[in-house]
Design a protein around this ligand. Sequence first.
Ligand code: PEP
Ligand code: MN
Length: 348
Amino acid sequence: MVVVMQERATGEQVERVIAQLVEMGFDIHRSTGALRTVIGAVGRTSADPRLIELLDGVHEVLRITEPYKLASRTFKPENTVITVGDVRIGGDEVIVMAGPCSAESAEQVEAAAAAVKRAGAKVLRGGAYKPRSSPYSFQGLGEEGLQLLRGAADRHNLKLISEVMESGQISTIERYADILQVGARNMQNYTLLRDLGKSRLPVMLKRGISATIEEWLLSAEYILAGGNMNVMLCERGIRTFESYTRNTLDISAIPVVQHLSHLPIIVDPSHGTGRRDKVASMARAAVAAGADGLIIEVHCDPDHAMSDGAQSMYPAQFDRVMAELRIIAPAIGRSICLEPVARRGWSR
Ligand code: PEP
Ligand code: MN
């Protein structure tokens, strides 16, 4: 349940309500807004809300009817904004994360970081631990890959997002990355999600290949319930009967999630389509539909990429879509990379 305190409620009254809820067996999440304090009470216990309604200083008690609680808009009506240094995810600015699918070599990571920075990306993406469908495919460079990514991100003043596949990798990746990515295949790895609830870093949770929006939000709830409130969601396409594209990008998930949850939503048009010639259209659609950010695969030599080459954009294509997004974002009251960026040729 959510307990909304009166505007003039005293600190003592708030403490009294919290003490009562704790006694009833609830975990407490308190948020103090400009006008009033809101107390979220979550737990396996159920209680008669009237016992709380009657306490001094209480304005109203709302039941959260959704199965996910901390992720719901009822619990937190205002949007969550996640701060990563000077980058704000979930605010007015649409944040673009871009880079290679995998870190492959120092030269490849450096070239990709320089290209995405020049075009206006704020966060470098790149996997060091790769979840591949085949055990014979390239599995990532591990910690060496993280070192390469961190070095390039620092040289170009970019933040870094990288995927964590299992709990044992968390502490290593935390030493290098600014945001931890949970891949589609791990959306229901509940042990990993619980452990990420204890991380100090924000987590980007990708939607599972066949997950409903409710299942996705329940997975986010595991991380939130563990105490980590900095969770963003990522729509990356779901599996349908269509085989022309690698996945079917669910653009409608953007307004649905924004209605149900306060968490920022990022869209991945690269995995969402699997084809670089379709990535720009879907990136434009995602921003027009209200996405808080994009994550896009970019590679300077995608034909020789060790993973996901077919869906990785050439830098010139990425430049072009960024320029288009700069026109679309203001039409819906958003901005995108206000810093001037170098103009480059748009061939290819
Ligand atoms: C990736 O981002 O490279 C990746 C493996 O994504 P997903 O988990 O969405 O397949
Ligand atoms: Mn990939």
